[in-house]
Write a protein of this length. Structure first.
Ligand SMILES: NC(=O)c1ccc[n+]([C@@H]2O[C@H](COP(=O)([O-])OP(=O)(O)OC[C@H]3O[C@@H](n4cnc5c(N)ncnc54)[C@H](OP(=O)(O)O)[C@@H]3O)[C@@H](O)[C@H]2O)c1
Length: 350
């Protein structure tokens, strides 16, 4: 009597999943952009994630253009990139100013003759209860985080479109563009706007009859860039610095900035639609996707644990706050990142 072999019920789904994963990897590899000789613009490339992105793109043979407002920090970044053998064009300018942003893009095109990749990374953050943020601060957040990207993208688009599908636009948004984290009103609003901008670009440029640049939306959770010393704190600045800098330093909740930069460049090369950076980004995106109102309520509970409003506008930079908090061992990882990533940490954090 012949016995028919019984196949395990999990075998077929497992094989199908394996084949799908293999096909996806092969498809991505086929689309991977060769960066040699390409021109990559990184806004806010003077420090933090932007500087690491410029390095990472340069490591693959790209020529890079960077911009930031602080000429001294920008000069340090330029020297560092040159020392790595990267061809670099650096311009100190405020990208929240339309004429300056357009002049920056025109300058890159005239210096290098082309633009292949635009990374909209520039950004500011103000941490304070909403009652302690003035209209000026909210306008600043919109200018640096949203309008800067609109100005650079629209100006660079004709150059990018000349490269067709080989061009890339990378928008560094934030989990704050998906979930409204308390005490970050201007930041959240500008990043939600940026999320809409980025997804609209993807819909209109990557699909349809004349596919243009591929658009990648980057959604980082907290990253250890060291930018806590360049962030602005209002309300009770010292206490706001306390919770925010801790949340930016806890290993499991945050991602190392260099690792984040590698993931962004890999996603950009493959023209992926979206990349989430770090566990917090994955968990919060997932929670907001399945239960948006519950997530907002949870953020309300978190808000109750944060410092109370003081009823006054105005902010202080992280590096100008009280030294002992900055010397705290709990900030060891952020302090190391600040030293590595050209964030010019204060003496107490060195
Ligand atoms: N660090 C995080 O945990 C985290 C999490 C989620 C998303 N992100 C996003 O990731 C990006 C990089 O963050 P990061 O931590 O590396 O910040 P960062 O160290 O503060 O760097 C921000 C960069 O943007 C530049 N910039 C800001 N406003 C500008 C303007 N108006 N014109 C020109 N340049 C401007 C800054 O230079 P100047 O100040 O000299 O102009 C600097 O080069 C930002 O968009 C941020 O919102 C960060």
């Amino acid at each position: 009597m012949a016995f028919r072999k019984r196949r395990s019920p999990v075998l077929f789904p497992a094989a199908a999943l394996g084949a799908a994963a293999f096909a996806r990897t092969a498809f991505r590899a086929l689309r991977r952009l060769d960066l040699r000789g390409r021109v990559v613009v990184v806004t806010g490339g003077s420090r933090g994630l932007g500087l690491l992105l410029a390095e990472e793109f340069g490591r693959y043979g790209a020529r890079v253009a960077i911009a930031g407002r602080d000429a001294v920090a920008l000069d340090r970044a330029e020297q560092r990139l040159r020392a790595l053998g990267i061809e670099v064009h650096a311009v100190a300018c405020d990208l929240g100013d339309r004429a300056a942003a357009e002049a920056f893009i025109d300058g890159v095109a005239s210096v290098f003759g082309r633009i292949d990749v635009l990374v909209n990374n520039a950004g500011v953050i103000q941490v304070a209860p909403m009652q302690d943020l003035g209209v000026e601060e909210l306008e600043d957040a919109m200018r640096s985080n949203f309008w800067s990207a609109v100005y650079t993208t629209l100006r660079a688009l004709p150059h990018l479109q000349r490269q067709g599908r080989a061009a890339r636009i990378v928008n560094v948004v934030s989990i704050g563009g998906r979930v409204a984290v308390p005490h970050l009103l201007g930041y959240n609003a500008s990043k939600f706007a940026m999320m809409g901008f980025s997804e609209s670009l993807r819909a209109e440029l990557c699909h349809g009859s004349a596919p243009g640049p591929r658009v990648t939306t980057v959604i980082p959770g907290p990253m250890r860039t060291g930018s806590i010393y360049n962030a602005e704190f209002g309300g009770s600045p010292q206490r706001e610095f306390g919770w925010f800098s801790l949340a930016s330093s806890i290993p499991i909740a945050t991602i190392d900035a260099r690792r984040a930069a590698r993931q962004v460049v890999a996603a950009a090369r493959e023209g992926r639609a979206e990349v989430k950076l770090g566990l917090s980004s994955h968990l919060l995106s997932w929670a907001h996707g399945i239960a948006p109102q519950t997530t907002v309520r949870l953020m309300g509970l978190l808000n109750a644990l944060l410092p109370s409003p003081r009823g006054g506008a105005g902010t202080t930079r992280g590096r100008d706050l009280h030294a002992p908090a900055q010397a705290s061992v709990l900030l060891r990882l952020s302090n190391e990142a600040a030293r590595r990533n050209n964030e010019a940490p204060p003496e107490a954090a060195r």
